[in-house]
Design a protein around this ligand. Structure first.
Ligand SMILES: Nc1ncnc2c1ncn2[C@@H]1O[C@H](COP(=O)(O)OP(=O)(O)OP(=O)(O)O)[C@@H](O)[C@H]1O
Ligand SMILES: [Mg+2]
Length: 370
């Protein structure tokens, strides 16, 4: 196994319509040996391009890529000792599962006994011993996906690369495969780079997550750090569901005044961090799970309370999502399922400001979190 290093890696595509287009704008990171790292971000942010540059399927415009101790800039994909699993994992339909698994190794002219041993080991790990003589069409989507992962395992690569491998599966199967991939990572002790646009998948699988937007890395951190200390408004809004609320506010002495006129006292530490913003606009970020209907806000200081008109109520069974209006913005609260809130009603909400974040409206960078 091995680590993967990007040193100021840039990728520009020449495109007849857009001219020169920057898909990856100078990325630098180190993925440690045996680490499970997820690339996440909206469509077109450069995830697949970054992965394909590790694989050597795409050549970077500038910068250096290392796998293990080797610089691989000019190394052919087949010499990089990686295995990639794609979204459309295209098994050979006319071959049995056993043949699908052995195919790559046969091409490498490995001895038959070694191939047989590796196929057995992979199928034992992934639990498809009884399927080896079947054809892909006789397997379910999840089973086929498992075989695609198996095909990567038999290669025994230094690094596994996954590009949205679960997106063709239904929701339940995706969750099951997510658990299997986590276990597989522990069992193989492998370096894994995994691409998804699904922030839940990123949060559950990644030991560290690289959040990208428009070709630029926004933050690299473990899941809890992304959630608790997002470095900017993009990460704050992208990680967490429903997304973090942003409210316009003004700093006023040791207080902030939220759009709508309500003032709240800040903690000393936060007031100090916001000293440079006196009388200036600021963005208050608060997650839906940190806003409560007053009737269920037992553990939160009740002085951080605001009245606001309810716009929409969505009952999800385990919780209610209540949408209400603050100034020009709609704010979402994820509240206790028994919270009463009727559309049009003026409802009392309590904000847990001990979980608030404050952002600079011009740079969108986080200034401080409580
Ligand atoms: N061969 C190419 N030629 C020109 N532009 C390309 C090429 N491949 C990708 N791009 C552009 O580069 C940007 C990044 O593409 P990439 O495939 O890396 O996105 P992604 O983050 O994987 O998105 P998705 O979640 O949709 O798969 C996009 O704007 C895309 O249109
Ligand atoms: Mg992609």
């Amino acid at each position: 196994m091995a680590r993967v290093v990007f040193d100021n890696v840039r990728k520009e595509y020449e495109d007849s319509k857009r001219g020169s287009f920057t898909a990856v704008a100078g990325s630098s990171f180190t993925i440690e040996d045996k680490e499970f790292v997820v690339f996440v971000g909206p469509s077109g942010c450069g995830k697949t391009t970054s992965l394909r540059m590790i694989a050597g399927l795409e050549k970077q415009t500038s910068g250096d890529i290392f796998i293990g101790d080797r610089i691989v800039n000019n190394l052919h994909p087949k010499d990089r000792d990686i295995a990639m699993v794609f979204q459309d994992y295209a098994l050979y339909p006319h071959m049995t599962i056993r043949e699908n698994l052995s195919f790559g190794l046969k091409n490498l002219k490995k001895p038959a006994a070694e191939i047989e041993q590796k196929v057995r080991a992979a199928s034992a790990i992934l639990g498809f011993d009884d399927m080896l003589d079947r054809k892909p069409r006789e397997l379910s989507g999840g089973q086929r996906q498992r075989v695609a992962v198996g095909r990567a395992i038999v290669r025994d690569p230094q690094v596994f690369l996954f590009d949205e491998p679960l997106s063709n599966l239904d929701a339940k199967l995706r969750i099951q495969m997510r658990v299997e991939l986590s276990e597989l990572h522990k069992r193989l002790g492998a370096t894994i780079v995994y691409v998804t646009h699904d922030q839940v998948e990123a949060m559950t699988l990644g030991e560290r997550i690289v959040v990208m937007n428009k070709g630029v890395i926004q933050q690299i951190a473990p899941p809890t750090e992304l959630y608790n200390k997002p470095s900017n408004m993009f990460v704050a809004g992208f990680i967490g569901s429903p997304a973090m609320n942003f409210m316009d506010a003004v700093v006023d002495g040791g207080k902030i005044t939220i759009d709508g006129g309500r003032s709240f006292v800040l903690s000393d530490q936060t007031a100090k961090a916001l000293r440079g913003y006196q009388g200036k606009p600021i963005i208050l970020g608060i997650r839906p799970e940190h806003i409560f209907g007053e009737d269920f806000a037992l553990h939160v200081a009740h002085d951080h309370k605001m009245m606001a008109p309810v716009q929409v109520v969505e009952n999800l069974g385990s919780e209610n999502l209540v949408y209400f209006r603050v100034g020009e913005r709609t704010v979402t609260a994820k509240v206790h399922p028994e919270t009463t809130a009727a559309v049009g009603q003026l409802k009392s909400f309590v904000l847990d400001l001990s979980k608030a974040h404050y952002f600079d409206p011009a740079t969108e960078q986080r200034i401080v979190s409580e």
